[in-house]
Design a protein around this ligand. Structure first.
Ligand code: FAD
Length: 315
């Protein structure tokens, strides 16, 4: 089922999870453990992220060669395993980084064959250890270009003229940033770029993790003012440890509200921090529901127990 249909047809809160593929050499059991903790609450769908592989340059017989080092296990394989085991809809992330438009078309044709109905489209972060995003030759610099390619496939327009080619049927999700994307010069420009992704064919938006309901509300208001009318699902990460006070702003360019910072700093033990963090997360979810959020997307990041602590209080 398409994510957009879950949103349109459900009479209760849509909730979803995001899973990061484990590093190579690890098993899928960690992912199954997270889902086992949450399956009784019937998550509507599960996203599986995709990350650009690291590349190293090595000299071989006097020639410098580019050698890809695959770091994470394959997204599509994990999606398929989850679908078979739990019969839950899965949403693979498709990134621009590392793909030419031809690689992308091949990947999408495979996904269509495997009867995927949803994709989440992002530009992707630069590979580990690199600062700037560099598109592949014949690849894309921005997510909207990839959205356009998928929208074309949905209309039966492949990169080459194919006779009687079937259109695909992907529901497309894209990312939004209530605190602005780090590279955008200002919020107004970032929102215009978001609007462009919607105009190119995106069906809904999922936000970067947000710890401040007022910021989410303001973002939705501004988006509506400029004519972005698709559902905006809120991204939520359960707050679980003191360390997150600096790692989340550093890694995701988001801020933590003062009231949470003060409470967490006062806490004496890790358990106390967790209690404060989970209560805070439950409260923001309740406020979002009161506001009429179309869905809550949990960045579970291997924290199934903590998502469970929140979900059981809000569903
Ligand atoms: C819900 C969610 C899921 C994610 N999943 C993954 C994942 O699986 N793998 C991964 O590697 N990363 C993931 N990310 C991180 C994401 O890849 C990074 O934040 C990335 O830097 C931007 O991706 P985007 O799709 O938002 O990019 P874009 O929409 O392309 O925007 C990137 C920047 O370019 C600007 N921009 C857009 N269009 C134009 C234009 N025409 N001219 C000038 N500037 C423009 C935007 O304002 C923004 O600043 C995710 C983020 C979110 C919020």
């Amino acid at each position: 089922m398409q994510v957009i249909d879950f949103i349109k047809q459900s009479n209760k809160l849509i909730f979803s999870l995001e899973i990061i593929p484990p590093k190579k050499g690890k098993s899928i059991q960690g992912i199954f453990k997270t889902i086992d903790l949450l399956k009784e609450f019937n998550p509507n769908f599960i996203n599986v992220t995709h990350h650009q592989q690291m590349v190293v340059y090595e000299e071989q017989n006097g020639v410098i060669k580019k050698i890809p080092k695959r770091k994470n296990v394959g997204t599509v394989g994990i999606c398929t395993a989850i679908r078979h085991k739990y019969h839950i809809e899965t949403v693979p992330h498709i990134i621009c980084g590392g793909f030419s438009k031809y690689d992308t078309e091949d990947a999408l044709i495979d996904l269509n064959f495997l009867e995927f109905k949803n994709v989440f489209v992002i530009r992707g972060d630069p590979p580990p250890g690199e600062k700037d995003f560099i598109p592949e030759p014949n690849g894309y610099k921005y997510a909207y270009q990839l959205v356009r390619q998928i929208d074309n496939l949905n209309k039966g327009k492949y990169l080459e003229d194919l006779e009687n080619a079937n259109p695909t049927n992907f529901c497309i999700g894209v990312a939004g940033y209530p605190e602005k994307h780090i590279e955008a010069p200002n919020m107004a420009q970032d929102l215009l770029n978001l609007k462009n992704k919607v105009e190119q064919g995106a069906d809904y938006i999922v936000t970067q993790m947000c710890f401040d309901v007022q910021k989410y509300k303001k973002y939705v208001k501004k988006a509506r003012e400029i004519g972005i009318n698709v559902p905006i699902i809120a991204g939520i990460k359960p707050f679980t440890s003191k360390r997150l006070l600096h790692t989340l702003p550093r890694d995701f360019h988001i801020s933590i509200p003062d009231e949470l910072v003060k409470e967490v700093r006062k806490a004496k033990t890790a358990k106390e921090v967790r209690k404060i963090g989970i209560e805070y997360t439950i409260q923001i979810c309740k406020d979002l529901i009161d506001f009429g959020v179309p869905g809550i997307h949990f960045y579970s990041l291997g924290r199934g127990k903590r998502v469970r602590d929140v979900v059981k209080e809000i569903l």
